[in-house]
Design a protein. Sequence first.
Length: 422
Amino acid sequence: MKTKEKECIMKKALLSLLTSLLVLSCIGCGAKKTQPETPAPAVTEASTAETTEEETPAPAEVIEPEAEAPQEEKVLPPAPDAYLKELFAEHNMKVGTCLTTQMIDNPTTSRLILDQFNSITMENSMKPDYIFNKQKSMETGDLVVEFNNDMIKMLDWAKANDMAVRGHTLVWHSQTPDWIFYEGFDTKNAFVSRDVMLKRMESYIKQMFEKLEEAGYADMFYAYDVVNEAWMEDGSMRESNWRTIIGDDYLWDAFYYANKYAPENIHLFYNDYNEQFKADTLVKFVNTLVDEDGNYLIDGIGLQAHLYTEDDLNGYFRAVEKLASTGLIVELTELDVSLGAWQKTLKGTDDNLRVQGKYFYDLVKGLFERADDGTIQMDALTFWGFADHMSWRKNASPLLYYKDLTPKYSFYGAMQMPEYAY
Ligand code: GLA
């Protein structure tokens, strides 16, 4: 072979060798590429439930491994026919939620409220902080009540949708403007005298009920918290400007005026928290709220029921029965059940949420039983909201729905559907 021919053959062989190597290495790459990657953990209900709302991680992309069986998802079966208001009606009770304008502006939450509840309590807008006009009070020398836009919006919505309303609240140590207690409605001055403060209290309570009637709202109200949170767990009276100025009888005076001005259809309530530790104190107290003929100036006791899943439920029922033994109506007015215990709340793991589901089931069942057999006179139960992320205790997941508004075990617990609740 000529040298040139040899060179040519060798070049061809080299080229073909290189080509084969290239093809082989490409096949290698391809093979590597088609191998399944380690899958990211699937985000199931149980795994998101491990953390509280704020800590919920962004959902990881789920890549299903071909060879493995799909993970079992703990997704609750939808129960479209479960409506709290229908269930509670079977026990002659209304069922409510606290309300904000944001909830009614959002069509999804507003629909949910209309489907599930038939009573509302304003979360804030009827509290003393929001219902006085300082300028007009200074000008007229009287404490002037003025309805705010949010309150009017919610009352109009309630009226248009046939909702019953709990009024919350008139006399309270908290969320009350300081200036109402001072001479000339000015905190630079001294506190007014007892007599002046009594006049202001009477005028305030009178205006509130009169204005509700004038505006055509009064008929919707079935209950009103005349006084909120006046007692301590040790049986002493809580400090408040009302008490400092008027004296310990400010509580009796508040009920006296409410009784004088409230329309007949509105039951007058004393409302408090930690009721399970205050039952004896509260029984003694309500027995002082009588007129000269011995008739009650009060109609009901509101049990806020800000509970924890580790709270003793039998002890709670004993307190409810003791309060009901006064013959007054009892209502749960702000029910939520945080996971864990006070200052030791737990995360929303699947296990903890099931414990909560069972707690709601047992609580509502016990209340229904006692109401049905006449042990307690209970005409309404109000949840302090419905979805965890909107709750004042959102870190302890205390309510009935997840952020995406799917029902939690607790919803099915309250619904008395144990098969879904725990
Ligand atoms: C108390 C009040 C309610 C509300 C809650 C916190 O229970 O009665 O109005 O302020 O605290 O949301």
